[in-house]
Design a protein around this ligand. Structure first.
Ligand code: ADP
Length: 406
């Protein structure tokens, strides 16, 4: 079965093609074809990078709107040096990461006109991502006709959060109008929970985990017996941890003050909180943890301060997840920072030594991947897991298609 996965970001579009047999392997497979489109460097021009399992690569640029660029990218599957299939009809199913499924979608669904309308309607909650996801779905319809498409939602894993976690302490009518904690990064948190159970040889239905997804966006999930019972992102992906350029949670009184006293409006607040805050805003250096670490090496005090605030908030919010679990079996680090920064892992774990958590410094500093980096006598396991959202989407498509066929 050939499964194409589309993972759309605000200014990027990642895609990959997996080839699966009759059995679902328990280890992540490598895609046979991968493409990344990036709009961040030149306004209106997309940079495209493609590589195949057999080592063919292509780098190029493509002008035009998002759907034109996606159509061009898809062509590279069945033509040119990066060709891996004969024709578009070789693709059996297409899976999409869809950021917001609202209250409607608690599981992945087959895309229909009704599902498309819901994704469009939910764009009021995710104005950057849902429209991009929809463009991807439409581009596939245009290029591949009636191939089955599956929407895999980032909110779905958190859809059965306890009510007390979902409801904000504001007038109840707003909850009735959809203002509630949804939570995000669900595909990654769920994947890491499954992988953690596998790595620990434990049953997920008897495992208490905190998964730390630390990338450009950052969130935690408290996972009890396979269910997300608390998470730091909320109504939007702005709540919770301090992130690369996003503030995470701040005193809402600051926003009222800025609106009243400093001439801010909704757009300028949005810009400040989503793009000029976090590591970038505090350090004045960068949103990228690598640059922050480099600046700390050069004794830049604000880079050190940004790192300290990041760690303080990470530790504090990990602490806030503990009561929902009443026991912690493993702390999991994933995504760009979580997978690659030994300093972030060490500084975070240090605060939990009083619980008997002990990090193995040597394992922590030797590029661990899908590995337990706690000492043997640690009371809590510490795992570094490479998140594989695309593989998780491919697995979901495989399950859904096999399920409907059988
Ligand atoms: P996204 O959230 O966009 O999917 P990633 O999960 O790939 O992003 O995370 C990207 C971030 O990971 C970068 O901005 C950078 O801060 C961080 N990162 C990547 N490599 C390293 C590294 N070696 N050390 C520290 N941070 C890193």
């Amino acid at each position: 079965m050939k499964i194409l996965v589309l993972n759309a970001g605000s200014s990027s579009q990642k895609s990959c093609l997996y080839e699966l047999g009759d059995e679902l392997p328990d280890q992540p497979l490598q895609p046979i074809w991968e493409a990344k489109v990036d709009w961040t460097h030149h306004q209106g021009v997309a940079e495209i990078e493609v590589k195949t399992q057999h080592g063919a690569t292509l780098k190029g640029e493509s002008p035009g709107d998002r759907s034109t660029v996606i159509a061009h990218m898809l062509n590279l599957l069945w033509s040119g040096d990066t060709q891996v299939i004969e024709q578009p009809s070789d693709i059996d199913v297409v899976g999409h990461r869809v950021v917001h499924g609202g209250q409607d979608y608690r599981e992945s669904v087959r895309v229909t006109a009704e599902v498309k309308a819901a994704i469009a309607r939910l764009a009021i909650f995710a104005p950057v991502h849902n429209p991009a996801n929809l463009e991807g779905i439409n581009a596939i319809e245009k290029a591949l006709g009636s191939v089955p498409q599956i929407a895999v939602f980032d909110t779905a894993f958190h859809s059965d959060l306890p009510l007390a976690t979902q409801v904000y302490p504001i007038p109840y009518k707003w909850f009735e109008r959809g203002i509630q904690r949804y939570g995000f990064h669900g595909i990654s948190h769920r994947y890491c929970a499954d992988r953690a159970a596998q790595l620990l040889h434990r049953d997920l239905s008897d495992l208490r985990l905190i998964t730390c997804h630390l990338g450009n966006g950052c969130s935690l999930a408290a996972i009890r017996d396979g269910h997300s019972v608390d998470t730091t992102m909320g109504f939007t992906p702005l709540e919770g941890l301090m992130m690369g350029a996003r503030s995470g949670s701040v005193d809402p009184g600051i926003l009222i003050y800025l609106l009243r006293q400093e001439g801010f409006n909704a757009d300028t607040l949005d810009q400040m909180l989503n793009q000029e805050s976090g590591l970038k805003g505090v350090s004045g250096v960068s949103a990228d943890m690598r640059q922050i670490r480099a600046a700390i090496e050069q004794n830049k005090p604000r880079a050190k301060l940004a790192f300290d605030v990041y760690i303080h908030r990470l530790r504090a919010q990990i602490g806030s997840m503990l009561p929902s679990l009443s026991r912690l079996d493993a702390l999991v680090f994933t995504a760009g920072v979580g997978e690659n920064s030994p300093e972030v892992r060490a500084s975070t774990c240090e605060a939990f030594e009083f619980l008997g958590l002990k990090l193995d410094d040597s394992k922590n500093s030797h590029n661990p991947k899908d590995q337990d980096i706690a000492t043997l006598d640690s009371t809590i396991r510490v795992l570094v897991i490479k998140t594989q959202e695309d593989w998780a989407i491919a697995q979901e498509c495989w399950r859904m298609l096999n399920h409907s066929v059988n």
